[in-house]
Ligand binder design. Structure first.
Ligand code: GLY
Length: 367
């Protein structure tokens, strides 16, 4: 078991532990008691488990470990199940969830649990941020990507037709619980999806992550190494979130590969997954950065080799103009300029502000 304490504006623990779903009720109760005192904890009577159809069938049923442990801890439980996928990461899903909460008379002292991947976590967190002007929520990520990135740091939100995550709120969870055993139910594409965010953490701030991941062949068959990598990636994120929770500076580094990555996801109508798109996005900025001499000579090739070693398909099916067009609708553009995250040497990235008008040419150099 590993516990990582995130000292954000609302401090919380990330607990990585086998079998944690069957302890969730007790852990949530303890957490509420510490935060609110016994009387405050007792005012949390209802817990809504929010999940998608796939994860709900695996872990979210009324007779399964999570609901059973919540009820044993004295909570009444309800479920809100929605179809998975980016197409449902919408205001409409949030509105349906809010209706479910009012129909079930959730009060300000009750709680939401996000059981699932990044989409479920983002939708649940956003509903928690706005229901009755804000209620508590707990993240129980069931994908590698959600465990190492989206469940930590308090970014919540939904997509708008113009792009990804264009509406949302910073709203920190009370607790994050991850059972590494869930990785056995993830196929290789979902594992690679999460691995892209682990490698991203390595490129941003911790080269040991890269060495550790490359030290074994068939990384996904090494649960101990995987658990260590998850802890290291969460720690990179923790340090950055603690320094800049609301992304006024350093937190932008966590967007390595994301400017182009989000554009690829959008151009593919979300057929290309987030991690796969971020891997291509990291390749493009590494190659472009090398061509433009923003980064240490040869390091752009090293990044491409590392990504290739893990088996990512780094070919990009979209032209530079389409990617630039999609990226420029992104919220990260300010006053005709856009901040790119450039991996300039191992374990380090820098922010490079460029003119929006130059983005297409920059992308072209990285394709
Ligand atoms: N996924 C990037 C961030 O949380 O800032």
């Amino acid at each position: 078991m590993e516990t990582i304490h995130v000292n954000a504006s609302k401090p919380y623990d990330v607990i990585l532990k086998a079998g944690v779903l069957s302890e969730a009720g007790r852990l949530i109760r303890n957490e509420l008691e510490q935060r609110r005192g016994t009387a405050g904890m007792l005012r949390c009577r209802r817990v809504c488990v929010v999940t998608d159809e796939t994860v709900g069938a695996l872990y979210g049923g009324p007779g399964q470990a999570l609901h059973t442990s919540l009820r044993s801890a004295g909570f009444e439980t309800t479920s809100f199940v929605f179809p998975g996928g980016e197409a449902h990461k919408t205001m409409e899903t949030v509105a349906q969830l809010l209706d479910h909460l009012t129909e079930n008379r959730f009060s300000r002292t009750d709680l939401l649990v996000a059981l699932g991947g990044g989409i479920t976590g983002d939708v649940t967190g956003f509903a928690a941020a706005i229901y009755l002007r804000g209620i508590d929520f707990v993240q129980i990520p069931t994908t590698l990507l959600a465990a190492v990135d989206s469940s930590v740091g308090g970014k919540t939100g939904v997509n708008l037709p113009a792009g990804k995550n264009l509406a949302g709120a910073f709203w920190q969870p009370n607790l994050v619980l991850f059972d590494p055993a869930v990785m056995t139910t993830l196929g290789r594409p979902l594992l690679l999806d999460g691995m892209a965010e682990i490698l991203k953490a390595g490129f941003i701030a911790d080269s040991n992550i890269i060495y550790d991941a490359m030290n074994v062949s068939s990384i996904f068959e090494h649960p101990e190494t995987m658990l260590r990598l998850i802890g290291s990636a969460v720690n990179v994120k923790r340090r950055i979130v603690e320094a800049d929770e609301r992304e006024s500076g350093e937190r932008k580094l966590l967007n390595l590969g994301h400017t182009v990555g989000h554009a690829i996801e959008k151009c593919s109508n979300y057929e290309i997954s987030h991690g796969a798109a971020v891997a291509i996005g990291m390749k493009i900025i590494a190659k472009a950065g090398q061509a433009l001499e923003w980064i240490e000579s040869g390091y752009g090739d090293d990044i491409c080799d590392i990504l290739g070693y893990f088996g990512y398909d780094l070919s990009c099916p979209y032209p530079a103009w389409a990617l630039a067009d999609a990226a420029l609708n992104d919220k990260k553009m300010q006053g005709g300029r856009i901040s790119l995250v450039v991996p300039d040497h191992p374990g380090h990235c820098m922010l490079k502000e460029v003119s929006a008008a130059d983005l297409e040419d920059i992308i072209k150099k990285g394709l």
